[in-house]
Structures are given as C-alpha cells and as structure tokens.
Design a protein around this ligand. Structure first.
Ligand code: GSH
Length: 250
C-alpha cells in the first residue's frame, strides 16, 4: 500500500476539523483523512465550510491547484495519481463486498446516525448549532434555523423521517447488526490488514459512538463489543494523539 510517488507539495484537505469528541466531526472527512494516512501521503488540513467546496459538501482536496470533491472521487484520484491501491490483497469478490458495505454505511447508516446528531434537539443545540458561532450576531440564529430546516427537509425527502423514531432506531440497528456480523473477530473489516472500506466504517462508527451525543442508536452501537473494540483500534492506529473516550476502550 506504499505510494510509488509522493506529491512535492502536501495535498490540502478541506474539512470541518476536530470537535464533538472526535478528531474530525464529519464521517466523510474522516474517511478521506484516513485514506490519505493509509496511502502515506503528506497532507495539510484546513478548516472549511461546505459552501466553499466545488460540490457544496466536505471533504474536498486541492492537489497542485486541482480541486477534487467527494470522498469517493478523492480516493480514486489518490489511488490513480500516486499508484496506491487501498484494497491491495483483496479479490474481485472482496472488492465488491467492500463497495456494498461502503454504500450501506454511507447511503443508509449515515441517515440513521445523522438523525441522532441533527434531529434530536438537544444534540443539535450541543453540536451542529455551533457551526455558526463565528457568524455575525444579527444573522446567527437565523442561519441555525435555516440550516436545521434544510437538513430536516433532506431527511424527509430521503425518506428517513417518514418513519417513527423507533423505526429509525431499528433501521440503524439492522446495519449495526450486519456490520458486527461482517466484522466478526477480525481486526479489520476485510481481514488482517486495513483496506479502504475501514476508513468509511471507522468514520461512521466513531461518529455514532462519540460520548458527546446521547442517543438510543449510540446505546445500541455500544452493545456490540466488536464494533466498539474496532473503533478503538482504528482510533489508536490513525489518530494516536486523540484522547478517545476511555470507557469505550474496555
Ligand atoms: N458523497 C459525499 C458526502 C459528503 C457529505 O455528506 N458531507 C457533509 C458533511 S458530513 C456536508 O458537507 N454537508 C453539507 C451539505 O450537504 O449541505 C462524500 O462522500 O464526500
């Protein structure tokens, strides 16, 4: 997995930055950051907001003046440009499984997990509401309200908030059960070595397990010892400097 070429200038990674008990608040930015670490590529992280990105979402990177947005396309770029294969050692069928797991995490689990962060009012107040702390005082509250309304609309359009809170919890737990069974007693999702999908899995698991947000889905996640141990292992490996909640390390 070592890169054959390294960039002469560090890649710039635009992300939210640390917060909510996490080394990076966004699971997608975490995924990209871990991919860069896995690839052994030097990078510099800069704080950004989604409206600065070419696709209106974080993460995006700048590599020698070229902007690339979206965690999937960033991965594709670094693999191609720097001759890295983050799925090295996997068969075609295993690569297909890794892709399917990633889609479940990003296109299903993320909605159940994000619901806990954005749609439980106390969590919104403690967390995402603070994204606007630096906005001018006279528009700050309106920005918070508008953003929450936009996010709530999205959760409804994607279908998640057409379900009751208990049903959303069941959906999220169904993915946790699947992930726990897929991981089993292996150190990483696809076996003995970390591969690309572990970056996605880790970002999502850390995002739900952080003790910063109280939620029924977090409590369910905590009831899967292998998922808790996996998240702790990945945290120690990729963010050794981060003080991750010791209770979760048990
Ligand atoms: N498909 C994108 C998803 C990225 C994403 O959802 N980013 C969120 C932060 S976790 C964002 O920027 N949201 C702002 C918005 O959608 O307006 C990727 O893989 O990078």
């Amino acid at each position: 997995m070592s890169p054959r070429m390294t960039p002469s200038n560090p890649i710039k990674l635009f992300a939210f930055g640390p917060g909510f008990g996490l080394p990076e608040v966004s699971p997608f930015c975490t995924k990209t950051e871990v991919h860069l670490k896995m690839a052994g590529l030097p990078y510099r992280k800069e704080k950004a907001m989604p409206d600065m990105s070419p696709k209106g979402q974080l993460p995006y990177i700048e590599d020698r003046g070229r902007l690339i947005a979206d965690s999937h396309f960033i991965r594709a770029h670094i693999e191609k440009k720097y001759g890295v294969d983050l799925d090295e050692g996997l068969s075609a069928a295993e690569r297909a499984q890794a892709w399917a797991i990633e889609r479940m995490l990003e296109n299903h689990f993320n909605w159940a997990s994000g619901y806990a962060r954005w749609m439980i009012p106390a969590n919104f107040e403690a967390g995402p509401a603070h994204f606007f702390d630096d906005a001018p005082a006279h528009i700050r509250d309106q920005l918070r309200k508008d953003t929450l309304a936009k996010v709530a609309r999205r959760y409804f359009e994607v279908g998640m908030t057409r379900h009751s809170a208990d049903e959303i919890l069941d959906l999220g737990d169904r993915s946790l059960l699947a992930l726990s069974a897929l991981l089993g007693d292996k150190p990483y999702l696809m076996g003995e070595q970390p591969t690309g999908v572990d970056a996605t899995m880790f970002g999502m698991m850390a995002g739900i397990l952080t003790p910063f947000f109280e939620s029924p889905l977090r409590r369910r996640a905590e009831s899967y010892p292998n998922l808790v141990a996996y998240t702790d292992r990945m945290m120690r490996q990729y963010y050794p400097e981060h003080a991750w909640a010791p209770a979760l390390a048990a």
